[in-house]
Every structure is written in structure tokens, then in C-alpha cells.
Write a protein that binds this ligand. Structure first.
Ligand code: HEM
Length: 239
């Protein structure tokens, strides 16, 4: 096996450990942080199923962003939906045999990559050209858009321009998940794409990307508005 393959295989396992371990630790932190006050954003649901419904609306449709700003919603929604489709499409590199549904959706799914790159550019431009957004933007906000944009860009270049050996990639990725190491294709664009993905995995748990897990623990979103029916007692407040 080539030295390059060994290095990238080790880097992949290290990045996976940081990603999974970091994600779980962060979520554990959110779950064990007390929420002493009743602070659901009103008008709020008064039952648990109502809360689940509202949360589902937030996660699947970005409802409060839609109410807040239609243009940001459009860019943000396109970005997240495209990201989800791209990840779904990539599962074919890790599953053998590829399920029929995945194979069927594959040709349409390729456009998700184009939308992802376009939406990342749009959200980047918004941070620069909308004054009040520019004012509150930090380096991390630009960094993540650039990183994801570069991953999408190198992916699209592989697909449409440089034509990577996808069978070689699949052997490599299947080897990674089945713990039976295989050679990494020594393809420049693939190496860049893969390296950027490893960087994303390592950065993820330490970044604002953790909103993926955090949204479910946000007290303004996950609390039932029942303070008129039940006295809310802060568990550690002296009585
Ligand atoms: C270990 C992880 C990954 C591997 C092995 C991988 C590999 C590849 C390969 C081989 C292609 C070329 C597809 C073709 O020519 O048909 C590709 C395309 C692409 N990749 Fe990745 N990739 C990974 C993760 C990601 C991630 C996390 C993103 C998310 C931003 C991403 C975004 C894209 C995009 C947008 C394309 C072009 C469109 C498409 O084929 O869906 N990749 N990737």
C-alpha cells in the first residue's frame, strides 16, 4: 500500500474520532445544561406534541427564518437542502450494494452540488454586501462558507472536468468503513476534496455547525408554554 494511502487512512480515522467524539460530547453538554426558566418564544405550543410539531417545522422548513427574512430563507434553505441531498448521494460510496432508491435519485441529485455551490456564494455575498449582516459577521462565518464552497467546487470539478476514477474512490471508501484498508486513488482533485472534508469533520464539533444538534436543545424552541397551568420550579433554587 502507498505511503499516501496510509497517511490518509490514519487521518480519516483520526478525523472521524474527533467528529463523533466531539459531537457526542457537545450534545451531552447541551442535554445536561439546566434550563432554569420557562422561555419558549411565544406564541408557543401548550402541549408536547405541539412542541414536536413546531420543532419539526423549524428543522424541515426553517419557519421562523421564513417569517423573519424571505431572501435569507431562500438562500439558507437552498443551501441546507442541497447539502442534505449531496450527503445522501455520497452514501453510495459507503454502501454496497447501492439501494435502488439511491441509484434512481442519483442523476437528479447531481444538481444539488451546483445549488450548494451557488447558495454558498449567495450567503457569502450576503455577509459582505448587506451592511447590518457584515457588521455582525466574524471570520468563522466566512471560513465555513469558503470551506463548504471549496468542497462543493472540487466535487463538481471531479464530476464535470477532471473525471476522477469513482470505482477507485469506492474501493477506498468501502475499505475505510469495513476496516479493510484499500489504496487511495492518487488523484489530485480527489486528494484536495478529501482533505477539505477531513478539515470539515475536525472543525465541526468546535463550530457553529453544531446547530445541527443544538437546535433540539434550544429552550425557546423545545419548551411547552404551560407556565399558567404548572408552577415552574427551578430544580436548584432554594425553597
Ligand atoms: C469522505 C467523504 C467524501 C468522499 C470520499 C467524496 C468523494 C467525491 C467524489 C469521488 C466525487 C465525484 C463524483 C463523480 O465524479 O461522480 C464527489 C463529488 C462531490 N462532492 Fe464529495 N466526497 C466526500 C464528502 C463530501 C462532502 C462532506 C461534501 C459536502 C459539501 C461533498 C460535496 C461534493 C459535491 C458538491 C460534489 C459534486 C456533485 C456530486 O457528485 O454530488 N463531498 N465527491
Amino acid at each position: 500500500m502507498s505511503a499516501l494511502s496510509v497517511i490518509f487512512i490514519l487521518l480519516f480515522y483520526a478525523a472521524s474520532a474527533v467528529f463523533l467524539g466531539g459531537f457526542i460530547l457537545k450534545v451531552y453538554g447541551y442535554a445536561s445544561t439546566p434550563a432554569p426558566l420557562k422561555i419558549p418564544t411565544t406564541p408557543a405550543p401548550i402541549t408536547k406534541s405541539g412542541v414536536a410539531l413546531r420543532l419539526a417545522g423549524e428543522v424541515l422548513l426553517f419557519t421562523s427564518l421564513f417569517k423573519g427574512n424571505k431572501w435569507t430563507w431562500l438562500g439558507g434553505y437552498a443551501f441546507h437542502a442541497a447539502f442534505a441531498v449531496v450527503i445522501f448521494r455520497h452514501l453510495r460510496y459507503f454502501i454496497q450494494p447501492v439501494p435502488d432508491l439511491m441509484a434512481y435519485l442519483n442523476p437528479t441529485g447531481i444538481w444539488a452540488g451546483v445549488v450548494l455551490l451557488g447558495a454558498a456564494g449567495y450567503l457569502f455575498a450576503r455577509r459582505i454586501y448587506v451592511d447590518r449582516v457584515y457588521y455582525i459577521s466574524s471570520g468563522a462565518d466566512y471560513f465555513i462558507l469558503i470551506l463548504i464552497g471549496l468542497i462543493a467546487g472540487t466535487g463538481l470539478l471531479m464530476k464535470f472536468v477532471t473525471r476522477t476514477d469513482v470505482m477507485g474512490v469506492k474501493e477506498f471508501t468501502l475499505g475505510l468503513v469495513t476496516f479493510s484498508p484499500a489504496n487511495m486513488p492518487a488523484d489530485f482533485m480527489f486528494i484536495i476534496h478529501f482533505t477539505l472534508v477531513l478539515a470539515l469533520m475536525v472543525y465541526f464539533p468546535f463550530s457553529k455547525l453544531m446547530h445541527l444538534g443544538g437546535i433540539f436543545f434550544s429552550p425557546t424552541r423545545n419548551q411547552v408554554d404551560d407556565s399558567r397551568d404548572h408552577r415552574h420550579v427551578n430544580p436548584w433554587a432554594p425553597t
